[in-house]
Design a protein around this ligand. Structure first.
Ligand code: PLP
Ligand code: ZN
Length: 505
């Protein structure tokens, strides 16, 4: 690493520009509030078995720096050429202050583009909005954010001799395993990974990812919720590192999504609406926690409105919040049905207790209801994904889900046209291209309840005129008049199909 010329930076931020290793992080139980040290891996409260979140006991040092100075520090940090600070750890003090820079794993995650919808698409949706393309992370989903954090922490434990020969495991709807296997493979041979996937419930692209990264891949009969039960049992009975979002380090890394939105809008969250899909509810937990932390530090002075979206085929969180009286709400897991938003096809979200706590806190601090939930149909998910991608986007089916959620939220009066929405496209369109294929070829199995709209369908046209005797083959190119005939016949055919006008006068 080159030495850094500090002269170019303003005096008031020089001492903060490069984060120091500090903070006192503790696991904190969400139910009984017991606290535990971070020198070992912990996923649930040993006392009451509830989920945990990580908490920095030394918050005061963050508050000592004014919000205005923080904004300046974070903006100037963009100029640094230190790899450890190029990704999510630009927000080191908020994500993992105890992790030394030399333990940080950076594989190119974070700082994903925020792309504005053009006027045609905004008009169709009913308001102006942006997609934040988390499919442009290294393993093509937002899960890399949490893995960068969880594996940096494991790397730190390994470097300090606190753990050795780590076997990282996770259950996955596809993207968690892709990210876990990628980040773990960077730490070979100290860290190895094994992933559990529901058989035939992940896309071929997602299956290829952990295989390519060298993970042990196990396919299990059942759905994600069943895989999760097995992984939980494994983590209770054997020495393994659990990498699902039950692992509180994952949540910390995923908070970077909120920090980036804040920074990209110059820390002005007034009239902003952040829309995310919900599966296991780790992401919405992190998004709420992230904005709350920036608000607490005075870095933003408004909490943006949040909307969590679920498909009607996997909607336990949406159903929970249908009851307006908090005292009467009862959480019930649902049996999921097939969904094009397959990575969110989860009936019993592990982070539900975190969501319940944080929604209450978020609304309370906002002084009004500021977290909303929406439900969308499978038809809407596909129609909106394809519509968005016909206007310059690369969103996955979950991006379609968030756009559909926004459209429904506008109709329900939860969002007004004077606001600006930032929608999470959680993965890359290519990971879920099989759903596009089924739409275009009208081959969705009946359970999906999806009928393709003709105007959105698209198919390749094979051009091979019947009377064209000779065609080029690999290793057998055409020459002379055969080649000339081939070019002429095919050119004419395409020009006819496209109705092209001749340029010769
Ligand atoms: C994991 C995932 C989700 C759901 O996120 P949760 O944190 O489980 O709620 C949504 N979209 C994609 C593409 C995912 O990989
Ligand atoms: Zn507890």
């Amino acid at each position: 690493m080159n030495s850094i010329n500090m002269d170019i930076f303003p005096d008031d931020i020089k001492e903060y520009l490069i984060p120091k290793t500090e903070g006192r992080m503790k696991y904190r139980c969400l139910s009984c509030e017991a606290e535990y040290g971070i020198e070992k891996l912990l996923y649930i409260c040993p006392e009451c078995k509830s989920v945990l979140l990580l908490h920095d006991e030394n918050q005061e040092r963050i508050k000592k720096i004014p919000g205005k100075t923080w904004r300046k520090i974070l903006d100037y940090r963009k100029m640094l050429k230190i790899p450890a600070l190029k990704g999510i750890y630009r927000y080191h003090e908020f994500i993992g202050p105890v992790i030394p820079l030399d333990s940080i794993l950076y594989l190119g995650e974070g700082h994903t583009p925020i792309v504005e919808a053009n006027s045609i698409l905004s008009q169709k949706a009913g308001m102006s909005f942006f997609f934040k393309n988390d499919g442009q992370n290294p393993s093509a989903s937002f899960k890399d954010r949490g893995m960068a954090s969880a594996l940096s922490y494991i790397n730190y434990l390994v470097k300090n001799g606190l753990v050795s020969d780590v076997l990282a495991i996770c259950a996955s709807t596809g993207d968690t395993s892709a990210a876990a296997a990628l980040y773990a493979s960077y730490l070979e041979p100290n860290v190895k990974s094994a992933v559990l996937l529901p058989h035939k419930k992940v896309t071929p692209q997602q299956l290829s990812q952990p295989l390519g990264s060298g993970a042990r891949v196990f396919e299990i009969p059942g759905v994600f919720d069943d895989c999760m039960k097995i992984v939980e049992r494994l983590s209770e009975n054997y020495s393994v590192a659990l990498l699902n979002s039950k692992n509180a380090w994952r949540i910390l890394g995923q908070e970077s999504y909120s920090y980036e939105i804040a920074q990209d809008f110059d820390f002005d969250m007034k009239d902003k609406v952040v829309v995310v899909p919900i599966g296991n509810a780790g992401n919405i937990t992190a998004v709420m926690n992230g904005f709350l932390k920036f608000y607490d530090a005075g870095i933003i002075d408004t909490l943006p409105k949040l909307i969590g979206v679920q498909s009607e085929h996997a909607d336990p969180v949406y159903r929970y919040y249908l009851e307006p009286d908090p005292k009467k709400r009862v959480f019930e897991a649902v049996n999921v049905r097939p969904s094009a938003a397959q990575a969110a096809m989860i009936g019993n979200p592990v982070s539900m207790p975190r969501v319940i706590k944080l929604v209450e806190k978020y609304n309370e601090i906002s002084g009004k209801q500021n977290v909303f939930f929406e439900q969308v149909t499978e038809q809407q998910i596909m129609d909106w994904q394809l519509t968005a991608n016909r206007h310059g986007h690369i969103v996955c089916t979950h991006g379609g889900e968030t756009l559909a959620g926004l459209v429904n939220a506008i109709k329900a009066g939860k969002v007004s046209k004077t606001e600006t929405a930032i929608l999470d496209s959680t993965a890359h369109a290519l990971k879920f291209s099989g759903f596009q294929d089924m739409y275009f070829s009208n081959t969705f199995p009946a359970e999906y309840d999806i009928t393709p709209k003709k105007e959105l369908a698209n198919m390749p046209v094979y051009i091979h005129p019947q009377d064209l005797a000779e065609i080029p083959m690999p290793g057998n190119p055409l020459t002379g008049s055969a080649m000339e005939n081939y070019i002429k016949r095919i050119t004419t055919e395409i020009a006819t199909q496209l109705n092209l006008k001749s340029v010769s006068g």
